[in-house]
Design a protein around this ligand. Structure first.
Ligand SMILES: *Cc1c(COP(=O)(O)O)cnc(C)c1O
Length: 423
């Protein structure tokens, strides 16, 4: 079955069993892929994408037709009034920061209702101990937080009691990020947005949508979010976008974000695309399919490693709202072996051995496995984890299920070879 790689017969039998266990989930994922691919094709048709949009502009980029049509494609595909899609966003954090600074003013207060936000956003906000120069706090933008319940679920009663018109923005993070909490479905986010609008009718509801795009049939703007943002080297870039980010939602708010990205007054009217339009269109077109392939890889990993006896979050058939899979490997050696196997399954740099190393902002060493066409891309198969209990690997991505599945089998094989897993 796997002529080019050495994989134990018994592991292959377990793989078949894991795939059988995953069939129901695969069926649902394929249904969502089919639906979202149609939605994307319809978005291309409706925006009138044409060959002349695939070329680029230079200099100020005045009147770049591809740039403006790409914005429309994403707006339609995300179900939003408007979108700002630019290769000039250097990361997800940058994209989210542009939205936050674009929408909030000195004296405003934002309330995050999904607990502590993603690591890099903490420095943008200026949480205690994370007051980076130029952070929002330095500009007099205040931050408050409503924690999740102890089991990681949203505190709806707490939201009812806490949200009031003194908050200019209610902020929600969809994905689990590097925590063990569940990701939040669009329906759950809709319920949060409804409470926010009821308690603070004028507030803006912003969603960090990273890792969530195209995992469901609708995006948070369909159920009341005013603005969403994410990275193009995750789900919505389809593994093709070489860099970039998007902001989508209410037109007046997207406009304010464009003023922050470039300048007040010029906004979205400038910004050349060089030669990137073609890749961005191609990536958008592939994105719904690729997000589904990454999801199937995650479900397979969950089924395989739970049958090997490791605790997994989410469990194979649990509903998912992001592409992340956590596998608790239980020891630093097992985490390292898992990462070595993932690296062996990469198309690029497969000969490299991942080693734990210190990372800024982490209190323990971190080990990472990735061999990607796009540096740091996490829609491509990748895994990482801090060297502290429970020695969990956060894995995500897989440009196609078959390579993702193979990567997971190689991770398991590496652990078997090292005597760190048994059949
Ligand atoms: C990845 C991610 C970010 C930040 O994106 P970078 O590209 O790493 O800067 C923010 N929030 C969440 C939930 C993410 O998963």
């Amino acid at each position: 079955m796997v002529p080019y790689f050495r994989i134990d017969e018994r592991l292959l039998a377990l793989s078949d069993q894991a795939e059988r266990q995953a069939q129901g989930a695969f069926g649902q994922i394929e249904d969502i892929q089919r639906y979202n691919q149609q939605k994307m094709l319809a978005a291309f048709n409706r925006a009138g994408v044409s060959e002349r949009h695939l070329g680029g502009s230079t200099g100020y980029g005045y009147g770049d037709p591809g740039r403006d049509v790409l914005d429309q494609v994403y707006a339609y595909a995300l179900g939003a009034e408007d979108a700002l899609v630019r290769w000039n966003f250097v990361s997800g954090t940058h994209t989210l920061a542009v939205a936050l600074f674009g929408l909030l003013r000195p004296g405003d207060t934002m309330l995050c209702i999904t607990g502590t936000p993603y690591d890099t956003i903490q420095g943008v906000i200026g949480l205690p101990g994370r007051e980076e120069p130029g952070c929002m706090k330095e500009y007099g933008i205040a931050y408050e937080q409503l924690d999740l319940l102890p089991d990681g679920s949203p505190d709806y009663a707490g939201m009812e009691g806490r949200i009031s018109p003194r908050y200019k923005m209610v902020y929600i993070q969809r994905s689990r990020g590097y925590s063990l909490r569940p990701s939040f479905s669009v329906e759950e986010i809709g319920r949060m947005a409804e409470i926010a609008k009821k308690k603070a009718p004028g507030c803006m509801v912003m969603v960090d949508n990273c890792y969530g795009e195209f995992v469901e049939k609708i995006e948070p703007v369909a159920l009341g979010a005013d603005i969403i943002a994410g990275s193009l080297i995750k789900n919505p870039g389809g593994g093709v976008a070489p860099t970039g980010g998007y902001i989508a939602g209410r037109r007046d708010l997207v406009e304010l974000c464009a003023y922050r990205l470039t300048t007040p007054g010029t906004g979205r009217e400038i910004g050349c695309t060089l030669g990137h339009n073609r890749e961005l269109f191609l990536g958008a077109f592939h994105a719904p399919h690729v997000a589904g392939e990454a999801l199937k890889t995650a479900v397979f990993a969950s089924a395989l490693f739970s049958s090997l006896g490791f605790p997994v979050t989410p469990t194979p058939l649990e509903p998912r709202a992001d592409i992340i899979q956590v596998v608790e490997l239980g020891s630093p050696q097992a985490l390292a072996a898992f990462c070595r196997g993932v690296q062996k399954g990469a198309p690029v740099d497969s000969f490299v051995t991942p080693e734990p190393s210190p990372m800024p902002g982490y209190d323990s060493q971190v080990i990472m496995a990735a061999g990607a066409f796009t540096l740091g891309s996490s829609i491509e198969l990748s895994a990482d984890g801090p060297l502290r209990p429970p020695y969990a690997a956060w894995m995500q991505g897989g440009l196609n299920y078959h390579s993702g599945q193979l990567g997971m089998l190689l991770a398991a094989q590496e652990m078997l070879d090292a005597g760190l897993a048994s059949l």
